[in-house]
Design a protein around this ligand. Structure first.
Ligand code: UD1
Length: 340
């Protein structure tokens, strides 16, 4: 099998590439514009097994088709996208162009050359601001109603995929709605010490656990909690944090899944929520470091609570998470932060 991974030098893409190189014999081609992805990550991955790398922005429409043809691509795993919620509120058109328009073009070219499988990174942001969350979490049938352009840009792409798979039955897809992805490569060195080889490398990343890890290391003097007046138990935002390696393994399983099953949409999360305050306390606990945490106003486009119902992926894909442990998520993020 010949897999194209867009955004393979980025945070999530690189963890999927790692598993493709380690656990399969598929040939891998990465397309990445290196805007948030890193060359160093590509070098680290190449030490596992070789792959092809094309530095390209997906907005260069005319260059996609030859890449698919020359590499006989049968499966695309598409990560390349913009992902920062507040930024999407400020620059909505950038998000619709980079996320929806470029994805639509990629799908168009994929259908033209007969790509059979397309695995898409969507987001829990498609659910918007649920007025109430069922005890069992949000399932895939929960109404979608994004409250920011980022979530909408991804939902629109999901719809393009659905229509394409309906019209062209040979073209099948899985859309994964990620909850809050965090942590880094669970790799133990020869001293049996956790020492991630890859992780979140982008210096201006906005993720909560990365920011708290930077504070624990003294790279950042302090951090802020964005809003303590949400309708949650302690007033701070609640999210379902999932370890990056568990998220990555779902993508590897999706390739096999689509060989025998129809297109579908799956949540990927652990089905358990933690508040911002709880996460910050956990980072302090596992790192044994204290740091200053201020209160700040809510961030634009932030919903109060997002927790997945993950029954569908567990049942239909037999997905079995290995790292459902907030301590390990925070510890791996912190250990990576020491290295990067
Ligand atoms: C993240 C993803 C988004 C995905 C969503 C799904 C990123 C950049 N965003 O968004 O793509 O759709 O999960 O649930 O990966 N917070 C603070 N202080 C900080 C940073 C964050 O209080 O310094 C709070 C936020 O207000 C929020 C929570 O921590 O309540 C998580 O924030 P963040 O890690 O940025 O992720 P999301 O915005 O939830």
């Amino acid at each position: 099998m010949n897999i194209l991974v867009t955004g393979g030098a980025g945070y999530i893409g690189s963890h999927v590439v790692k598993q493709l190189l380690e656990d399969t014999d598929y040939s891998v081609t990465i397309v990445d514009n290196l805007s948030t992805g890193s060359r160093k990550t590509l070098d680290t991955l190449r030490a596992i097994r070789d792959f092809k790398f094309v530095e390209l922005d997906l907005k260069e429409f005319d260059k996609i088709l030859p890449i698919l043809e020359e590499n006989s691509i049968d499966t695309i795993i598409h990560f390349a996208a913009s992902i920062v919620v507040p930024e999407s509120v400020e620059n909505p058109l950038d998000y619709y162009m980079n996320n929806t328009v470029n994805t639509t073009n990629l799908i168009d070219k994929a259908v033209k050359v007969g790509v059979e499988r397309f695995i898409f990174s969507s987001t829990a942001a498609v659910y918007g601001e649920p007025s109430s969350t069922p005890i069992s979490g949000l399932d895939e049938n929960f109404p979608t109603a994004p409250i920011n352009p980022y979530g909408m840009s991804k939902l629109m792409s999901e719809n393009v995929l659905k229509d394409a798979s309906f019209a062209y039955p040979k073209f099948k897809h899985v859309a994964f709605r990620y909850f809050n992805v965090a942590g880094a490569d669970v790799y133990y060195n020869s001293d049996n010490k956790l020492e991630p080889r890859i992780g979140q490398s982008f210096p201006n990343a906005t993720h909560l656990i990365k920011i708290a890890s930077e504070c624990a290391l003294g790279k950042r003097e302090k951090m802020a909690i964005f809003g303590d007046d949400f309708a949650t138990e302690d007033g701070t935002g609640v999210r379902d944090y999932i370890h990056i390696d568990d998220l990555a393994s779902a993508h590897i399983q999706a390739i096999e899944y689509l060989k025998v099953n129809d297109s579908d949409t799956f949540n990927v999360g652990y089905g358990k929520g933690y508040s911002v305050k709880e996460v910050v306390e956990e980072v302090k606990r596992v790192t044994n470091r204290d740091f200053q945490v201020d209160n700040a106003p809510r961030r634009a486009g932030d919903p109060a609570l997002l927790i997945s119902n993950n029954s569908k992926i567990k049942q239909k894909m037999n997905w079995t998470p290995k790292y459902n442990n907030l301590g390990l998520i925070c510890q791996s993020a912190y250990e990576w932060e020491k290295i990067v």
